[in-house]
Design a protein around this ligand. Structure first.
Ligand SMILES: [Mn+2]
Length: 390
């Protein structure tokens, strides 16, 4: 891919363009937001009225992303400029045939919030580094370079192709995007010589704030602490995690061992909204840190949407087949389900769902563990079944 071609394409259509709308994927990450901020600054430099569309509710954004977004708005306000960010409804009001939409860090049409109103604008461009697939949108010009570490890397190359000395704040946002998608420059296979050149320009020429980027990633750590609060008891006898032992029997019906299942949900703030990934990770943590062979974590991911994540270490139990019974799915080791909880007594409803899952697991164990000899660990960190000594 040649960045000059992208530059020339943008120049060729910009004369007829009045407004530019930049959009990353839904539930934006730091690369999506960082590359959007970079394109915003370029469009402003080229004299265009520009906007970044983020239609996600701020409170559901990942902590680091939310911080970068809020700090960007604050910085603009301090410089007496308007916020770059708008929501979908503003796009619908403002877009017309002289508008350009630039999609960054995404080429999947299902992952943009303005999918159904994309035809309001006259032109579209994609700038991305993800694989193309059946959902790839064919814009007027698709610049998709899989050899780039990140969309932020491509946007930096474009800024440089325009010979534009972008601000330190934009360098910082782009650096955050590259950090995320290269796993903080640990993922060797995603880093090229070009990645290193871009990094050098961001940090040394444009003075990206490396300490700030570090803090954005620490926000993730704070979330990990939130995960800890979800798992462990906060007060006296009340516990968020309950360990349940299920007996297993031999062929003669004699009890020969115990399988432990942990059930976790936030009993102190039952309506607390968690990140979907945190719930899944908490279920993994329960296997790695606790005595459980099977762990179940339940928590809200939206006001009325409950997620159940299940992790399992034992064959022939299948996490997927348990979750299928409550409308979800997965494989042997990992499975999940998302359930819409209509208004009414939410807590009662969660308790009922938990009871149902306990029953399903009990039945699943009864079906599969008539003989303890069948039990086989499928890891990742195998826990021994507590077998009775007789
Ligand atoms: Mn990316």
């Amino acid at each position: 891919m040649d960045i000059q071609v992208l530059k020339e394409y943008i120049e060729s259509i910009l004369g007829d363009t009045t407004k530019v709308f930049i959009i990353g994927h839904n539930q934006p990450d730091l690369d999506s937001l960082g590359s959007a901020i970079g394109m915003y600054e370029l469009m402003r430099y080229l004299g265009k009225e520009a906007y970044i569309i983020v239609d996600d509710d701020k409170k559901y954004l990942e902590a680091g992303v939310r911080k970068l977004l809020i700090d960007t708005v604050r910085r603009k306000r301090e410089a007496q400029e308007k916020s770059p960010f708008i929501q979908k409804n503003k796009y619908i009001k403002e877009a017309d045939k002289s508008s350009l939409v630039i999609i960054v860090d995404n080429n999947n049409i299902d992952r943009i919030s303005i999918k159904d109103v994309l035809n309001l604008c006259g032109h579209t461009i994609i700038i991305d580094h993800h694989k193309i697939n059946g959902k790839t949108y064919q814009s007027d010009y698709n610049y998709i370079d899989k050899s780039s570490s990140s969309a932020s890397e491509i946007v930096e190359l474009l800024l440089t192709a325009f010979n534009y000395k972008y601000s330190s704040a934009t360098a910082t946002a782009l650096l955050a995007g590259m950090h995320l998608d290269t796993d903080r420059f640990q993922a060797q296979d995603r880093i090229s010589d070009r990645t290193c050149e871009v990094w050098y320009r961001l940090v040394h020429d444009q003075k990206a704030d490396r300490m700030y980027v570090k803090k954005l990633f620490e926000q993730k750590f704070e979330k990990a602490c939130a995960r800890g609060l979800l798992k462990y008891n906060r007060d006296g006898n009340k516990k968020n995690t309950e360990i349940v032992s299920e007996m297993i029997y031999d062929d003669k019906g004699m009890p020969v061992g115990i399988i432990t299942v942990s059930y976790t949900r936030d009993k102190f703030n039952p309506e607390q909204i968690y990140d979907s990934v945190d719930i899944a990770k908490a279920a993994e943590d329960m296997l790695n840190e606790g005595p459980a062979n099977i762990s179940v974590v339940m928590g809200f991911i939206k006001e009325n949407e409950l997620q159940i994540s299940l992790r399992n270490t034992l064959k022939p139990i299948s996490a997927g087949s348990i979750m299928e019974k409550v409308g979800g799915g997965g494989d042997e080791a990992k499975a999940a389900s998302q359930i819409i909880i209509e208004d009414g007594n939410k807590i009662e409803k969660i308790e009922f769902i938990e009871k149902t899952i306990r029953q399903i697991i009990k039945e699943e164990l009864a079906e599969n563990y008539l003989s303890a000899a069948k039990v086989e660990s499928i890891g990742p960190e195998p826990k021994k079944i507590n077998v009775y000594k007789r």
